[in-house]
Design a protein around this ligand. Structure first.
Ligand code: COA
Length: 220
């Protein structure tokens, strides 16, 4: 499948909400993505695959995850039924895009705060989380942020590995930060986004990505 990154649109909200529910089942209340899209300080990106009808007229790409034999059979069937049944009917502006992940960033003064990042479970470990993070950092550089920061559960080692891989360092702790289980949050930051060295390294990392990034809806 071919993946691309672009700004989130109102027609993506139903699929993005599904991804949020799957990735953060205990988060309450759920994010109001409608409000977030109107928030001048917030920017959201999605990674998607264009669903191209086959010669037989079916959207074969949607079914691709069913063939992932690493997933339990029932899980695969359920996930894909959810996508097949839910998306075209529930999404008001269904545009044939299967949204597989999203990232949100809030910009405050010279800081980019990454509020959330998630990839559909059956599409993880293919570099898409990395693509979203790098796209969010590219957007942060364009908006002249100097620091990017985020909170992550102390138990979330996979997300921490992603952030460490891209230059974030652990720089503090917020005690009992998460309302569901009172887990602590690690604060992770990367600074010097404005430096030529950082921007050169980011360009190189982006160059290695095979995910296209189109941020033209967000001219700065
Ligand atoms: C965190 C998340 C977005 C990563 O997305 P992904 O598409 O699977 O990540 P990628 O394939 O781009 O992985 C990039 C790097 O992240 C790290 N990583 C990702 N998943 C990992 C895992 N399960 N175990 C260890 N490292 C992992 C690795 O360093 C990996 O680089 P590598 O492939 O060279 O080893 C995804 O696991 C997810 O949606 N998790 C649930 C939501 C969540 O926890 N979000 C973070 C909240 S702070």
């Amino acid at each position: 499948m071919d993946f691309k990154i672009r700004p989130m649109r109102p027609g993506d909200i139903s699929q993005v909400s599904d991804i949020e529910r799957e990735a953060f089942p205990t988060t309450w209340p759920p994010t109001s993505f409608g409000k977030e899209l109107k928030n001048r300080l917030a920017r959201y990106l999605v990674v998607y695959s264009q669903l191209v009808p086959t010669a037989e007229g079916s959207e074969a790409d949607i079914l691709a995850p069913v063939t992932d034999l690493n997933q339990p059979m029932l899980h695969r069937i359920f996930s894909n039924l959810k996508i097949l049944l839910g998306s075209p009917r529930d999404v008001p502006h269904w545009n044939g895009h299967l949204i597989v992940g999203y990232v949100g960033v809030w910009f405050m003064a010279d800081e980019a705060h990454i509020t959330s990042i998630a990839v559909r479970e059956e599409f993880r470990r293919r570099g898409l989380g990395e693509g979203l993070l790098l796209a969010a950092l590219k957007m942060s550089v364009a908006r002249r942020a100097q620091v990017a920061t985020l909170e992550v559960r102390v138990s979330n080692h996979s997300a921490q590995a992603l952030y460490l891989k891209h230059g974030f360092a652990k720089c503090g702790l917020r005690g009992r930060y998460y309302a569901d289980n009172h887990e602590d949050a690690l604060i992770m930051t990367v600074s010097g986004l404005h430096s030529p060295g950082y921007q050169r390294a980011l360009r190189e990392q982006l160059g290695r990505l095979d995910t296209g990034i189109d941020l033209s809806d967000y001219p700065e």
